[in-house]
Design a protein around this ligand. Structure first.
Ligand code: NAP
Ligand code: HSE
Length: 411
């Protein structure tokens, strides 16, 4: 089987860790997907920086060079801000590539547009790393708590803020010193304004709102305050009163209304988030069936974030296998007999151990090309391509095989 070919957009704290883990965990990843994983390209801003990657990896600041990499399967985005991430992922989806992103700011602004595009083009959009770092949060909410109606989310969603608040209390440090430490540890963004002014937690809450409630509250109705003005004096005063200051994101719905806030709050020791310290994030949920559930773990940092991204990658390929999810494909050959052979093959029908679905459709001779349309798994498509290398193969992007004018994407 040919490898799964991946391109990374961004090679900072997150992107470089994904690269490192793909190299160090190759065997485990192969066990899980049945294929090697290969990083084929990396998009960066500054091409001149030295990067410790294999010679054959394309490193470029020109996204079209990434999209032109042959046989690319997946784009993993770890850039900061709405653009260029949104445009890059839109173009990738339109090309029939699966996409994974850690970028919550972009998702809060453009998540619905990307989800619609991914649905139309029959590709996966995964974003486990965008909220809660390494906590398996989005997968749990979207796959394992689907029957429940959620009424309340109360969460610590910014690792940098929680680290700073904990550090100031534990080590009696100043705000600036703790922030510098959070940056050195890879928790804070290069420009930490979103972290300490509350917007990073706000964007994450909007991503959760989209996933759980299929909508977001009006942004101008949400009070957003960060921890910039919460210093040693306030933290010690709270401590003396038996309280701990935490940066809390709250989303509560009832009777069609929604209450949302993102701000520092002094918690008593009976509160479920009181004991969440350091870089940890935690989400406390209330579901109508399950009751109260608390998920906690490292909310930022290189390896926890890369862990979430690689779990997304595995999910894409395991999911396809589990559900024998078929892609609509068209194969074309100048050789009529060859095209007819595919038809016979589909009737006998065992490719890569699994049946190809039977909706082959003979297209006949168009400009000297004989084509068949079929629906097959990724694995079966690979077998067909390897068996008949002289043929042309196209993915019928997001359209049923019966479509009169399908968008043909070369594969
Ligand atoms: P980072 O260390 O600042 O790295 C950003 C990378 O993006 C750099 O490699 C940079 O290129 C590249 N880049 C920036 N602007 C670009 C542009 N216009 N075109 C091409 N490349 C560009 O950031 P990070 O901490 O890895 O975070 C990346 C994303 O993951 C962010 O959206 C962040 O919110 C999210 N995230 C981070 C964490 C964490 O713990 N750090 C956790 C979860 C999610 P150069 O190398 O050339 O500068
Ligand atoms: N800067 C972010 C934080 C990274 O500190 O939570 C994880 O999203």
């Amino acid at each position: 089987m040919r490898p799964i070919r991946v391109a990374l957009l961004g090679f900072g704290t997150v992107g470089s860790s994904v690269y490192e883990i793909i190299q160090s965990h190759q065997q485990k990843l192969k066990q899980l997907t049945g294929r090697n994983i290969e990083v084929a390209g990396i998009l960066v801003k500054d091409e001149q920086k030295r990067r410790d990657v294999a010679d054959q990896v394309v490193i470029t600041s020109d996204y079209q060079q990434i999209l032109n990499i042959p046989d690319l399967d997946v784009i993993i985005e770890a850039i900061v801000g709405v653009e260029p991430g949104y445009t890059c992922l839109t173009e990738a989806i339109e090309k029939g590539l699966h996409v994974i992103t850690a970028n919550k700011e972009m998702l809060a602004h453009k998540g619905n547009e990307l989800r619609d595009a991914a649905r139309r083009h029959n590709v996966s959009l995964k974003c486990e790393a965008s909220v809660g770092g390494g906590i398996p949060l989005i997968g749990t909410l979207t796959q394992l708590l689907q029957v429940n109606t959620m009424t309340k989310i109360e969460a610590i969603l910014n690792g940098t803020s929680n680290y700073i608040l904990t550090d100031i209390l534990t080590n009696q440090t100043g705000f600036e010193q703790s922030l510098k430490a959070a940056q050195e540890l890879g928790y804070a963004e290069a420009d930490p304004a979103n972290d300490v002014d509350g917007y990073d937690a706000f964007y994450k809450l909007m991503v959760l709102s989209d996933l759980l409630f299929k909508k977001q509250p009006a942004w101008n109705q949400v009070a957003v305050k960060g921890i910039r003005e919460t210093g040693l004096k306030e933290i010690l005063a709270a401590d003396q009163a038996g309280l701990k200051i935490k940066h809390l994101a709250l989303l509560e719905t009832s009777d069609g209304g929604a209450w949302t806030s993102v701000e520092p709050v002094a918690l008593t020791d009976s509160h479920p988030l009181y004991s969440v310290d350091g870089v940890d994030n935690a989400v406390n949920l209330n579901g109508d069936l399950v009751g109260e559930v608390k998920l906690q773990g490292p909310g930022a940092g290189a390896y926890p974030t890369a862990s979430a991204i690689l779990e997304d990658l595995i999910q894409i390929y395991q999911h396809k296998e589990d559900n024998i999810q078929n892609d609509a494909v068209e194969f074309k050959s100048r050789d009529k007999q060859r095209a007819e052979q595919w038809f016979v093959l589909s009737q006998q029908s065992s490719l890569a151990g699994k049946n190809v679905s039977s909706n082959w459709k003979f297209e006949g001779d168009i400009d000297g090309w004989y084509g068949y349309q079929l629906s097959a798994t990724e694995e079966q498509i690979e077998v067909l391509k390897e068996t008949y290398p002289e043929t042309k193969a196209y993915r019928l992007a997001g359209l049923p095989t019966q479509s009169a004018t399908p968008a043909l994407v070369s594969i």
